[in-house]
Design a protein around this ligand. Structure first.
Ligand code: ATP
Ligand code: MG
Length: 328
């Protein structure tokens, strides 16, 4: 199974990224043939950025992924901008992408509404670049959180359209969404997803938060005026904590509901806080060992880019030749 997924180096990664994406990456490395994971710095240019911070953030994210358990011997880990085939394929795919489809993307609507100065065409084009990321490797499976389903649907549509027009050159990929935790919500605004760029500070649990901060954030999570630890209407806050605890413990949401039947929210939140600290502390500790060695991180990324380029350049040669670009 050829697996491909990308993660943005914007800001610091959070519990939603960890549960929805990173955990799946780690679990899938041996199933992947290969498993390819990309730090998508070009996607980060779709909202305002600072050049020096961007470069630093790529190392932050690389170190987080390695700390979480990615092993460059068992997967391909690289930086998107090191492989120029992504941008080239973006242009070819743009020619087959319906403007109206891009206009319907909810991520574009959400993120463009939040921009104060410039809603860039890059933000609008985000899903085309994402389609190029996966299709350049003929990825079959795309591990993502729930918010990316719509973009994966669109890349499937683009691949199908390409193949209908030019023959079976591209692979139509499938999303892989975790059963529990595909959409971790902001702890302060449990009706919107936890997000790197859009959420509240107190409601965003960072992978690198210290135990004290983790505990404080979880214990001040917004709940409801009821008292039952169960999922249900108007109980988004509690449902979110149930999902988090289920994932952290490796159990099911039903089991968590049964265990906390009759308990108060205070006890329940205490248990969630403890489990989150246990889940993230080893990652933060390994991160602190890995992060200072930027030369080492750079070596990992460039070795990954070399392997990635080998695959992507093959696809691009075939794409160019079938669409009539360049010499025969
Ligand atoms: P932004 O809000 O700026 O888009 P992000 O938090 O979504 O940032 P990304 O790097 O875009 O971070 O996403 C990386 C992966 O994490 C994607 O597969 C995405 O679906 C997943 N993901 C993001 N937020 C959540 C969430 N709240 N719950 C579960 N998965 C998530
Ligand atoms: Mg995102």
């Amino acid at each position: 199974m050829r697996i491909f997924s990308g993660i943005q180096p914007t800001g610091q990664k959070h519990l939603g990224n960890y549960i929805g994406a990173i955990r799946q990456y780690v679990d899938s490395q041996d199933r992947g043939d290969p498993a390819i994971y990309c730090i998508v710095d070009l996607h980060a240019l779709t909202v305002p950025w600072d050049p020096a911070t961007l470069r630093e953030s790529v190392y932050d994210t690389t170190a987080i992924l390695l700390a979480a358990g990615l092993d460059p011997e068992r997967c391909i880990l690289f930086r998107q901008s090191d492989v120029r085939e992504h941008t080239e394929l973006t242009w070819y795919l743009a020619a087959l992408t319906a403007h109206g489809d891009l206009n319907r993307m909810t991520q574009f609507k959400d993120k463009s509404a939040k921009q104060r100065e410039l809603v860039s065409a890059g933000l609008f084009f985000y899903p085309v670049l994402m389609a190029a990321d996966v299709l350049a490797y003929r990825g079959q499976e795309v591990p993502v959180g729930h918010d990316q389903l719509q973009h994966v649907e669109l890349m499937r549509e683009i691949a199908r359209r390409f193949n209908e027009r030019f023959g079976e050159v591209l692979v139509v990929p499938e999303a892989r969404i975790p059963e529990v935790g595909a959409r971790i919500m902001d702890l302060q605004e449990p009706t919107s997803k936890m997000s790197t760029t859009g959420g509240t500070e107190a409601g965003t649990v960072l992978v690198l938060d210290e135990p004290k901060t983790l505990t404080k954030k979880v214990k001040s999570a917004v709940t409801d005026s009821g008292s039952e630890v169960r999922r249900g209407e108007g109980k988004e806050g509690i449902a979110n904590l149930i999902a988090i605890l289920a994932v952290a413990r490796g159990s099911s949401e039903e089991e968590i509901e049964r265990e906390f039947e009759g308990s108060g929210y205070g006890d329940f939140k205490g248990a969630v806080a403890e489990a989150v600290v246990e889940l993230l502390t080893p990652v933060r500790e390994r991160y602190e060992e890995l992060r200072p060695d930027e030369a080492g991180l750079e070596r990992v990324l460039s070795a990954g880019a070399e392997k990635a380029r080998e695959i992507a350049s093959g696809t691009l040669a075939e794409v160019r030749s079938t669409i009539g670009v360049g010499p025969a």
